[in-house]
Write a protein that binds this ligand. Structure first.
Ligand SMILES: Cc1cc2nc3c(=O)[nH]c(=O)nc-3n(C[C@H](O)[C@H](O)[C@H](O)COP(=O)(O)OP(=O)(O)OC[C@H]3O[C@@H](n4cnc5c(N)ncnc54)[C@H](O)[C@@H]3O)c2cc1C
Length: 474
């Protein structure tokens, strides 16, 4: 299944206008959202990620810190079933709930390369079960995880949170597409208007509205919720809804080895390195990235990419070249921290609409000079690792043009209503019964995949609502 909604084009998808962005959106519309397709890389933020302005004078500090989220990270680890190894010196102490994924041949080769260079590495935290867990079977290395997990080992939210929520009485209405949030005479959200599976327009009244449509889908609906009280979209008195869009610019660095690698068999991740995570201004940019070591490719991708990069010729020699490459590749991605910039935006496209007539989101995004320098540096260091590990041929791609799968910053949290959209526990500054619990509320992006933090934040906002029930709308 295509990861781009524009290529997938199912009736339930919404198109995205993205010509003005070098990084294209990847998502999944359906129960489980993007976790249905995700790879299950599951790092937490580092404590420094919440204090970027204080430490480096860029971006902004979060109104909460690592310690605020720590119990919710732990609860989310338990709900998700996170595998990993305690003791990573890059993090405060934490205890994954089951043992890490095996390193495999490629993980061992890359770890040896890192050891030669004296650089940090550690088995990755992963949302992939290595033991039978809460009715889910353990990973048996069926293959890469981004097409969905037939074994049920990958913790997508359709098999982790949703069954629990339904058992607790939550009703899920599939193929219901929200058009706008409505506002009552008192200025509070009064409910939502959505189209059902038959295209019928339905008003659903609500005491509380909680948005979880991701960093593109949420600002789209907030901006589309125009009323006499909120002519520029609901919750938007700051003018920041849809601004400060962050992706993670990715570099992919890969190498080919004489000896066979096992990459086409296992889950995509096994170890990470935080060697270049924190700022070192002598490198020519601020902040840093995580190297996530990825295994190789299956037969089709080996063939496609081998041809595209000229490593596999057509005609004579095709099979020999394929045999030499297939099963001999290993590498990594660098997930670079993206800094918030107001000119990177999600707005409503004036022309393009989804099949219900709701305006499509329009992306305007420029790769910053800081990100360019970071990507260049990451490719050099990644190539060092591959050569130290014994690769005879090294290649790279940067930025990954199809890699807009981390969507953050477009309804940022903060204490100042002029500089943020929601407060420090996820409630709109303007509308006291409207909450946001997805990557939109990120203040900065960190140099790690976001889903573990999105889910911990959602638990934290839910807990904040529960703790404040008596005074929720004050
Ligand atoms: C190929 C791929 C690989 C990835 N790999 C990783 C990884 O390894 N690690 C990681 O941390 N993250 C990864 N991600 C990102 C991860 O999937 C997202 O961070 C995560 O799913 C975000 O969760 P969310 O609930 O905020 O948003 P989503 O998962 O996007 O869910 C949003 C939901 O809202 C629904 N929705 C949207 N608009 C409307 C509307 N108007 N009305 C009704 N419903 C609506 C959608 O149908 C969807 O179900 C990957 C993503 C992709 C696509």
């Amino acid at each position: 299944m295509a990861i781009s909604p524009n290529r997938r084009g199912r009736a339930v998808d919404y198109p995205v206008s993205e010509d003005n962005s070098p990084i294209k959106i990847a998502n999944y519309c359906g129960v489980g959202g993007g976790t249905t397709l995700y790879a299950g890389h599951y790092p937490r933020f580092h404590p420094s990620d919440f204090r970027v302005k204080s430490l480096d004078g860029v971006g902004d500090d979060w109104p909460i810190d690592y310690r605020t989220l720590e119990p919710f990270y732990a609860e989310n680890d338990r709900m998700t079933g996170v595998s990993g190894l305690a003791g990573d010196p890059a993090y405060p102490p934490k205890q994954p709930v089951m043992p890490p994924l095996p390193l495999g041949t490629s993980g061992q080769a890359l770890a040896k390369g890192l050891n030669k260079l004296g650089w940090h590495w550690w088995p990755s935290d992963s949302a992939i079960a290595t033991q039978d867990y809460e009715g889910r079977a353990k990973c048996i290395n069926l293959g890469h995880c981004t097409s969905g997990c037939a074994q049920g080992a990958k913790a997508s939210t359709d098999i982790t949170y949703w069954p629990e929520a339904i058992r607790a009485g939550v009703e899920v209405r599939t193929r219901a597409r929200v058009k706008e949030i409505t506002v009552g005479a008192n200025g509070m959200a009064s409910g939502v208007i959505y189209y059902d599976a038959d295209g019928k327009e339905i008003f659903q009244p609500a005491e509380v509205v909680i948005m979880a449509c991701n960093g593109v889908g949420t600002p789209r609906i907030l901006l589309n919720s125009k009323s006499a009280k909120f002519p520029n979209g609901i919750a938007n008195s700051s003018g920041l809804v849809g601004k400060n869009l962050m992706f993670h610019p990715y570099a992919q660095i890969y190498g080919y080895f004489d000896q066979p690698m096992d990459g086409h068999r296992g889950p995509g991740d096994c170890i990470w390195s935080k060697e270049f995570y924190e700022t070192d201004a002598s490198r020519g940019f601020l902040r840093g990235w995580t190297f996530e070591f990825t295994r190789g490719q299956g037969p089709i991708m080996s063939g496609v990419q081998g041809s595209a990069t000229g490593r596999i010729p057509w005609g004579a020699g095709h099979h020999n070249a394929f045999r030499k490459l297939f099963g001999h590749r290993a590498g990594m991605v660098a997930i670079c921290e993206d800094l918030p910039e107001e000119h990177n935006t999600v707005t409503l496209d004036p022309v393009l609409k989804d099949s219900s007539g709701i305006p499509a989101p329009k992306i305007d995004y420029t790769l910053s000079e800081n990100s360019r320098r970071m990507l260049d540096f990451a490719v050099e260091r990644g190539s060092d690792i591959l050569r130290a590990a014994g690769a005879y041929d090294v290649g790279f791609e940067k930025p990954l043009g199809h890699g807009g799968w981390h969507l953050m910053g477009t309804a940022r949290m903060g204490k100042d209503p002029e500089r943020s959209v929601v407060n420090e526990w996820g409630r709109s500054h303007d509308v006291k019964n409207l909450f946001v619990v997805d990557g939109s509320i990120f203040v900065t992006s960190a140099g790690v995949n976001p889903t573990c933090t999105i889910q911990a934040l959602a638990l934290y906002v839910a807990d904040s609502i529960k703790q404040r029930l008596a005074t929720l709308f004050d």
